[in-house]
Design a protein around this ligand. Structure first.
Ligand SMILES: Cc1ncc(COP(=O)(O)O)c(C=O)c1O
Length: 446
């Protein structure tokens, strides 16, 4: 059977009925689900199958989660072994936890080896906020516009959600949490004489802000290494190294939230590795358990004692199934040469996307590293006005033709499974490019 393999129109009749029945009860569904109400029943490797029997090429990995493919046999077996043997043992160690700790300490850079385990990304972020305060004895935090870190109150205090959501539950950011702009090379606030982004101007602004806008009690910068939900936006190469110098000057920690971008998505264990900066605190989630809910918050060995001051993990953090999923996922990355695949197929993606940009009037920018990718749609390449309507239509058209993905808005975000080869990478981009061409025609371009 081919990929994709569509046997009904999509979403199919069973999908539509099941979605309607479910949404009588489930409220607040994401816009992607509302725009394409499909009901999935099975996942295998780089494919997803819906209840009508249609098979899709997966360009989303759940939501940056099943990065090693759906139901990877080694990972599923590791989880089911512990599901039959021991499901929970509070904070006590287990043989599988011992192995996971040793493996994590071996793959992480710079003595990042003081670890706590949680079961969702937000809880790990909350722990990181507690840890930053415990390490530094300081209270304030600086994060960035369009970063996302979760939906509990401290996490949302450092995160910018879509405007409506921020206004509804995040309008009262906790005191001492501030946001600053971070450099987006396509939409720079400050530029050099040659028009390129001026990283130094951002750093200078941060320094001014530290001195004038805070009470001098900043514990940490809280940043995604690259903005995932913000639209696969990567900072200029000199941003993190220069930020590190500023942080060292004022003894401020760098909390690097790698929940979305870490564990191989950009071809490194940590996306921050690309710029040679070792964070003081890092969080992992999503790909960490390849679908099993397991996340981690890690600090440097020298700060491990500070974790004694914050509470231990949660009811589920570090349970044997979770440890088994995380350990098996790391082993799969190593055994299957995933980092190398991401680097080489990632280059292939970027070359093809650059070509697409030349050929399409509504593609303003293409961006990404490895398998964390984005295509930004604009109404006009000169004005760069975001083209949201086109984004929605491209999403629906490509999905209808067999691409399971989750962009929304004018930046077409892509997060394919890291096991994907060039053949299927190319197939996914074909589906997207065809959809873009149709939309351009409908809006009268060319
Ligand atoms: C960078 C980042 N941090 C934290 C979170 C929150 O993770 P979770 O949804 O597992 O709570 C997310 C989720 O998208 C994220 O992208």
């Amino acid at each position: 059977m081919g990929i994709p393999n569509l046997i009904t129109e999509t979403p199919g009749p069973k999908s539509k009925i099941m979605h309607a029945n479910t949404s009588k009860y489930m409220k607040g569904l994401s816009c992607q689900v509302k725009l394409f109400p499909v009901c999935f029943e099975e996942g295998s490797g780089i494919t997803l199958t819906d209840v009508d029997g249609n098979r899709y090429l997966d360009f989303s990995s759940g939501i940056y989660v099943t990065s090693l493919g759906h139901c990877h046999p080694k990972i599923s077996e590791a989880i089911s072994y512990w599901a039959k043997k021991l499901m929970n043992a509070h904070d006590f160690t287990t043989p599988i936890k011992e192995k996971l700790m040793e493996k994590m300490a071996a793959i992480l850079p710079g003595k990042l080896n003081a670890i706590q385990l949680y079961s969702d990304g937000t809880a790990a972020v909350e722990a990181a906020i507690r840890a930053a305060r415990a390490i530094s004895n300081k209270q304030e935090f600086i994060s960035a516009y369009r970063d996302f870190h979760g939906k509990t109150m401290a996490a949302v205090s450092c995160a910018q959600m879509y405007r409506g959501e921020t206004f509804s539950y995040g309008a009262t950011r906790a005191p001492g949490f501030y946001m600053v702009p971070r450099p987006d090379p396509y939409r720079p606030l400050w530029t050099k004489a040659d028009g390129s982004i001026d990283t130094d101007a951002y750093i200078k602004f941060y320094e001014t802000f530290l001195l004038e806008g805070t009470v001098g009690n900043v514990a940490a910068f809280v940043l995604e290494p690259a903005q995932g939900w913000g639209g696969s936006i990567f900072p200029p190469e000199d941003f993190f190294p220069k930020l590190k110098i500023l942080c060292d000057k004022y003894k401020i920690l760098i909390f690097d939230d790698e929940v979305l971008a870490g564990m191989g998505r950009t071809g490194e264990w940590l996306t921050l590795n690309h710029w040679g900066v070792v964070p003081d605190i890092v969080t992992f989630g999503k790909s960490f358990g390849n679908g099993f809910p397991v996340t981690a918050m890690v600090v440097k060995e020298e700060n491990g004692n500070a974790l004694e001051k914050i509470s231990a993990s949660s009811s589920y953090g570090g349970n044997p199934m979770a440890c088994a999923a995380a350990l098996a996922s790391i082993e799969v990355i190593e055994e299957e040469g995933i980092l190398q695949n991401v680097r080489s197929v990632g280059e292939f993606f970027m070359k093809r996307m650059l070509k697409m940009k030349e050929q399409h009037p509504i593609i303003g920018d293409v961006k990404g590293k490895g398998f964390l990718l984005g295509i930004e749609l604009v109404k006009d390449k000169k004005t760069k006005e975001p083209f949201d309507e086109a984004g929605k239509l491209v999403y629906q058209k490509a999905f209808r033709n067999g691409l399971a993905w989750i962009p929304a808005g004018h930046i077409l975000r892509m997060s394919p499974p890291l096991i994907m080869d060039e053949k299927y990478a190319s197939m996914g981009l074909d589906l997207i490019e065809n959809a873009i061409a149709e939309v351009e025609k409908e809006f009268g371009y060319k």
